[in-house]
Write a protein that binds this ligand. Sequence first.
Ligand SMILES: Cc1cc2nc3c(=O)[nH]c(=O)nc-3n(C[C@H](O)[C@H](O)[C@H](O)COP(=O)(O)OP(=O)(O)OC[C@H]3O[C@@H](n4cnc5c(N)ncnc54)[C@H](O)[C@@H]3O)c2cc1C
Length: 375
Amino acid sequence: MTVVKNVLVVGGGIGGLSAAVALKQKGIDAEIVELNERWQVYHVGIIVQGNFLVAMDALGVADKSIEAGFPYEGIHHCDIDGNRRYSQPPIKVGSAKYAANLGLTRPALHKILTDAVRTQNIPVRLGVTVKDMVEGPDGVAVTFTDGTSGRYDLVIGADGVKSQMRRRLFGEDYKPAFTGQGVWRYNIPRPADFVDMELFRGKPGATAGLVPLDENSMYIFYVAGEPGNPRFQPETLADELRNRLEGYGGLMAKVREQIIDPALVVYRPLETLLMPDPWYRGRAILIGDAAHSTTPHMGQGAALAVEDSVVLADELSKASSVESALAAFMRRRFDRVKTVVDNSILLGEGEMNPEMKVNVPEVYGRAFAVLAQPA
Ligand SMILES: Cc1cc2nc3c(=O)[nH]c(=O)nc-3n(C[C@H](O)[C@H](O)[C@H](O)COP(=O)(O)OP(=O)(O)OC[C@H]3O[C@@H](n4cnc5c(N)ncnc54)[C@H](O)[C@@H]3O)c2cc1C
C-alpha cells in the first residue's frame, strides 16, 4: 500500500496535470483545483527535447505529443541576412528513438494532458483554489474558495511562476527575478519546405528564430534585452515586434510582414527563480515553475515540470513514509533542475553581454549531458 492515498494538486497546468496522471497510474487518487475558470493557455508554441518525451512516455502520451507537434533534428545558425552559416549537429537528450527537438503548440499540449486527466476520471474544479490549509499528524485539512473542504495525505503546489502555494509554504522572500531579457512570439503559417529551426544572430544582444510547430504552422520568436522591464500597450505589440525584427534578411524578412495582429503577439519578460532545497514543508510540496522558473534558452521548462511529476509519483509509490518520499524526490531533482536554471541564465547573460564570450555549444553540451541521464 502506498504512503499516500489521496493528493490535492493545486494548478492545472503542465506540471499539475501530469502529476495527477502520474499519481493515478500508481494507484493514488488525485484531484485538481485550477484557478483559471476558462482554463485557457497561450496559443503560442513551445520547443521541447527528448527528455520531455521520455517523461511524457511515462504518462503514456509521448506518441500523441509527436503526432500533434513537429519533430525536427536540425538547428541552423544564420547571419543577419538569413544565410545559413553553421548547422548544429542534433543533440539527443534522453532517448535515441526521439528526434532531438519537438515544436508543439501550447494548446495542443494542454489538450493531450487534459484528455489524459479525463480518461483517468481525475476530478478537476475550475475557478477554485485553496483558501486555507492546516496540517495535522496524518494529513492536511484544506478549505477551498468555493466553500468546500477536504482532507488530503499530500498537497502539491503546481500553480506556476506566480505561485500562491509558494508564498503560503515559504513566505514572501522567494520571488521570480527579471533577468533583463524579454521574449516575443507570433505564430504564422509554415511553408512546406521549412522543417528545421533557424536562429538569426547579428544584432548585438538579440536572438531571433523560426520554429516549426505542426503541419500548418510555425512561430517567430525574438529574445533580447528589454532595459527597465517595460510594459507595452496591447495594441502596440505587433508594431513593437516588427520593429525589433527590422534588418533581418532571408525568411525572417518575409515572415515579419505577417505580424499584423497585436492580439496574437505574446510578450513575456523573462523571470527566474530556483527555490532552495527542499521544496516541501511537511505534507506539501512545490513542483514545476512554482519551485523553479527558468528562461526558455534551453527549452526545458515544460520537461522539468513533467519530470517532477513522474519522479514524485515514482517516489511516493515506493517509499515507507511521506518524508522519505519527498527527500528522495529532492535528491533526484535538485541538481538536475539547477543545471538547467543556471545554464539558461548564463546563456541569457552571455547574449546581453557579448564580452563574456560564453561558449554556447559548451554550455548546451554540459547541461544536455546531465539531462541525457534518467530523471
Ligand atoms: C511565453 C512562454 C513561452 C515558453 N516557452 C517554453 C518553451 O519553448 N519550452 C519549454 O519547455 N517551456 C517553455 N515555457 C515554460 C513552460 O510553459 C513552463 O515551464 C511550464 O508551463 C511550467 O508548468 P507549470 O505547471 O509549473 O506551470 P503552468 O503551466 O504555468 O501552470 C500553472 C497553472 O496553475 C494555475 N494557477 C495559478 N495560480 C493558481 C492558484 N492560486 N490556484 C490554482 N491554480 C492556480 C494557472 O492558471 C495554471 O493553469 C514558456 C513559458 C511562457 C510563458
